[in-house]
Design a binder for this molecule. Structure first.
Ligand code: C2E
Ligand code: CA
Length: 431
């Protein structure tokens, strides 16, 4: 059987990438299954594998992903694993499997069969990452992250399958070792940006991306910011790192614009960077050098420290805003100084804290708070973005509450640059 990728069947409807494939668990359900599998494996002293599969089904091949194609991919994966194994659709073209195998060799064999089954459907560029419970971690998020990191390496190396780096073969470097390496890692370009789409909630169409830093550590794979930002801050390299990230994000934005990808770029800015005299001019210089309009850049600021700005930070922020760069208040509602900051700083947008957003369908208090913050933002003429949207119900509720924009795993996780471009083309093509 070959997927007729250009065919548009009567039953084939465009996939809202955020919505689940019927009959398949989504990311949230997969994480719950993963927790159950961990508890069982702990009790039975057994193991299992987490597989992350990039089905290779993308807009470049299809022009349009439709539900029938995803169904065929899901069936092909299901047919190679046991009935008791969990197959889930995460987002974009990524599937995840909880595989009951005794060891890594078994997992690699099954993944080989999955890759062959997908290739038999006519799909090219299938890639998979594997992590094993008890070897790479005993914890759900970390297992998924290890599989993600392996998948990332598989894509980079253009290999079909990569198994995560084994923790016992590569003992985790200590915090001191990581901190010692961070300067060299900046010079060796080991930091990369991934991009999470920010979408219009009604249509699901992307309007912007948030750039999120990752350290592609040679031994440990892809490390999230929580594992290195504090080290860079402590070590005094955070400003250098931030400058590099600004440069690479804007260079990429230029490339996207040249290819007609109509997105703006949101960057998380460490307030420490603005402590430097002239840093606004550095950022404006980068924009100017690439002929990018200042409005194409949004700087996201956490509200810690924003209520008592030093004169230098104040000057830099006002210079950026006066030149047209958008300022955004991140995690709005969590900090204690948000309202003062909202009143006093030239911010264009507020991002509602995921801690409130994620609970709006379960807690009346959270729904009331989110509703009030949306109303406040709108009244003040600010764009309002909800963070941490993990389900269709939360998206629906946010629409009812009048929230215009959002981001979260329901739509897409943070994606590599090329993947983001494909995702965006697919979304816009499906509109
Ligand atoms: P943030 O600004 O709140 O970024 C959103 C974080 O939530 C990201 O984690 C993202 O992957 C995660 N996320 C997105 N959607 C969902 C969802 O639906 N559910 C859940 N549970 N999580 C979701 P990440 O990439 O680990 O970033 C963590 C934080 O690190 C960021 O939080 C930001 O404060 C900081 N950060 C990331 N990149 C940079 C950077 O380049 N510079 C600076 N200064 N800080 C950065
Ligand atoms: Ca942010």
């Amino acid at each position: 059987m070959t997927i007729d990728v250009h065919r548009s069947t009567p039953s084939g409807w465009p996939v809202d990438i955020g919505s689940a494939v019927p009959g398949l668990p989504d990311r949230a359900a997969f994480m719950r299954q993963l927790d159950i599998a961990i508890r069982m494996a702990e009790r039975q002293h057994s193991t299992f594998a987490v597989l992350l599969i990039d089905s290779g089904l993308n807009a470049a091949d299809t022009g349009l992903l439709d539900m029938e194609h995803l169904d065929q991919v899901a069936s092909a994966i299901r047919s190679t694993v046991r009935l008791t194994d969990t197959v889930a659709f995460l987002s974009g073209n990524e599937f995840a499997v909880l595989l009951s195998v005794g060891n890594e060799g078994g997992a690699v064999r099954v993944v080989g069969k999955i890759v062959a089954a997908l290739e038999a459907l006519g799909l090219a560029d299938v890639a998979a990452g594997i992590s094993i419970f008890g070897i790479h971690s005993r914890e759900g998020e970390a297992l998924l992250r290890a599989a993600e990191s392996a998948l990332y390496q598989a894509r980079r190396a253009r290999q079909a399958v990569v198994v995560a780096v084994k923790a016992e073969l590569a003992p985790a470097p200590s915090q001191e070792e990581l901190e010692r390496r961070i300067g060299a890692a900046i010079k060796e370009d080991e930091f990369v940006l991934h991009f999470q789409p920010i979408v219009k909630l009604q249509s699901g169409l992307p309007v912007a991306v948030e750039a999120l830093a990752r350290w592609h550590h040679p031994q440990l794979g892809l490390l999230p910011p929580a594992e290195f930002l504090h080290l860079a801050e402590h070590d005094g390299t955070l400003v250098e790192l931030s400058l590099r990230l600004v440069d690479s994000a804007l260079a990429l934005l230029r490339r996207w614009r040249d290819r007609g990808v109509p997105l703006t770029m949101s960057l998380n800015l460490a307030i420490g960077m603005l402590e430097r005299e002239g840093s606004a001019q550095v950022i404006l210089g980068c924009l100017h050098g690439l002929s990018l309009p200042p409005e194409s850049l949004t700087l996201e600021l956490r509200d810690e420290g924003l209520h008592a700005l030093s004169p230098t930070v104040h000057k830099n922020l006002f210079e950026l805003a006066a030149a047209g760069v958008c300022l955004s208040l991140d995690d709005f509602g969590r900090g204690s100084a948000s309202l003062m900051v909202l009143r006093d700083l030239p911010v264009h947008e507020i991002k509602l804290d995921a801690a409130f957003v994620s609970q709006i369908c379960r807690s009346e208090a959270d729904a009331a708070i989110v509703g009030a913050l949306i109303g406040l933002g709108r009244k003040l003429g600010k764009a309002v973005i909800a963070k941490g949207i993990e389900s269709a119900d939360v998206r629906q509720k946010l629409c009812e509450l009048g929230c215009e924009y959002g981001q979260g795993f329901h739509f897409a996780q943070a994606l590599g640059a090329d993947e983001l471009e494909r995702w965006s083309a697919k979304r816009n093509g499906a509109a």
